[in-house]
Design a protein around this ligand. Structure first.
Ligand code: HEM
Length: 410
């Protein structure tokens, strides 16, 4: 055993702060290694991550969101009230995946997403109106989580007034997935998870009685009188996952992007001068600071990868955040360059059949967020009297607090 396998701990303060030097060593010295602390095989190179994503027969997506295969017994006792398995798109394999993905293809079609642009812009403006006279704000707490949070509520068809509660439950769900918090906290979060499940059960039943023009109605199973080829359990689990996937990742994109631009002042000014640079700049943000560090897979048969064999039944962690800085794919991978030609090659949205179905929405929200912030907040800068704080999550990379300031127009 070497120190890479024992040092790997996404929750350690130095790795929450800056995990990239360790990732570079992994790619160089131990591209695939076993972490005894997490009982996971960690996959760090771009080519190996792509191979795992491609080989869906050897690498199952069941448990793709769970850092640990089994929750702690006390947590399991609470979760006994939940569905026995969490059946969502991202955690499914072919052929279930193909069936469910078709529903999502329609629900999140380019056409439906493009039609949301005016609402997204108006929502961003209303949030900015709420703090523009103050000259300072917490970008995450006052803007970056509310914008995608409200939009995913609109898309699902639940009231915006439920957003704060849904966000708390969704944070519970994320905390459970990481399985690194103290047990009492995990037990508490398990109750939040159950409450979120109940909430969406009721919503699906309500749509069955009163169909609407919203995404939840599109998830109502045929067996309940709807059109979706899903079970009730699948409809509920997918609604829960959509709320989580639809907001916290985009929160990360906005916060990480602003931070990278703050640290590259001339690139921030270039984007402000020419907003058409934004789409590529956002791809580069996703590459350099991937909001999701990685997802998990279950190994279905003994499978060789970069010189080691991953045993059947073990679990793998595919580290997009490391693949995105792989020097065989990106020149000077640690350099943030909004004009980088190969930025789009990043793995931040995954690859293959599980490629993020919400990517067009995330990119649209990201673009509008930056357009409105840069247009309306002159002299936008980080605050020097308060430090930003990273979120302490295993899978996610982003800020909990990012204090900003600007010049208030006279
Ligand atoms: C910057 C924002 C986002 C990032 C970085 C991101 C990242 C990802 C990644 C890496 C995957 C692949 C998972 C795998 O291979 O196992 C994925 C899948 C998925 N994402 Fe996103 N996502 C983002 C935004 C969104 C949004 C806004 C939505 C919904 C509105 C969404 C919904 C989904 C769904 C449903 C899947 C599962 C797709 C499948 O398994 O076929 N995501 N996302």
């Amino acid at each position: 055993m070497d120190d890479i396998s024992t040092r790997f701990n996404p929750m350690a303060p130095d790795q929450l702060d800056n995990p990239y030097p360790l990732y570079a060593r992994m790619r160089r010295e131990r591209p695939v290694f076993y972490s005894p602390m997490f009982d996971l095989w960690v996959v760090s190179r771009y080519a190996d991550i792509s191979e795992v994503e491609r080989d869906t027969a050897s690498f199952s997506s069941v448990g793709a969101l769970d850092a640990r295969a089994e929750p702690h017994p006390e947590v399991r006792a609470v979760l006994a009230q939940a569905y026995p398995r969490f059946l969502s798109l991202v955690q499914s394999d072919i052929p279930d995946h193909t069936r469910v993905r078709a529903v999502f293809g329609k629900a999140l079609s380019t056409h439906r997403i493009a039609a949301m642009e005016p609402t997204i812009r108006a929502t961003a403006d209303a949030l900015i109106d709420g703090f523009i006279r103050d000259g300072k704000a917490d970008l995450i707490q006052q803007f970056a989580y509310a914008l995608p949070g409200f939009i995913i509520c609109d898309l699902l068809g639940v009231p915006r007034s439920d957003m704060e509660q849904l966000k708390r439950w969704s944070d519970d769900k994320t905390l459970l997935m990481s399985a690194t918090a103290p047990i009492e906290q995990q037990v508490q979060s398990a109750h939040g998870f159950i409450a979120m499940e109940r909430y969406f059960q009721e919503q699906i039943h309500e749509r069955r009685r009163h169909p609407r023009e919203d995404l939840l109605t599109m998830l109502v199973p045929q067996s309940l009188g709807g059109t979706a080829p899903l079970s009730e359990q699948e409809a509920v689990c997918n609604a829960m996952d959509l709320f989580a996937a639809g907001h916290e990742t985009t929160t990360g994109l906005i916060g990480n992007g602003m931070w990278l631009l703050f640290n590259a002042r001339e690139q921030l000014e270039a984007v402000r001068e020419d907003l058409s640079l934004l789409p590529n700049a956002l791809e580069e943000v996703l590459r350099v600071e991937s909001p999701i560090r990685g997802f998990f897979r279950t190994v279905m048969a003994d499978t060789p990868l970069s010189g080691v064999t991953l045993p059947k039944g073990s679990r793998a962690f595919i580290l997009y955040a490391s693949g995105n800085r792989d020097e065989t794919q990106f020149t000077e991978p640690d350099r943030f360059d909004i004009r980088r030609a190969e930025a789009k090659k990043h793995l931040a949205f995954g690859k293959g059949i599980h490629f993020c179905v919400g990517a067009p929405l995330a990119k649209l929200e990201g673009r509008i967020a930056f357009e409105q912030l840069l247009r309306r907040l002159p002299g936008l800068r980080p605050r020097t009297d308060e430090a930003p704080v990273f979120r302490p999550y295993f899978m996610l990379r982003g800020f909990e607090h990012l204090p900003i300031a600007w010049d208030v127009p006279a």
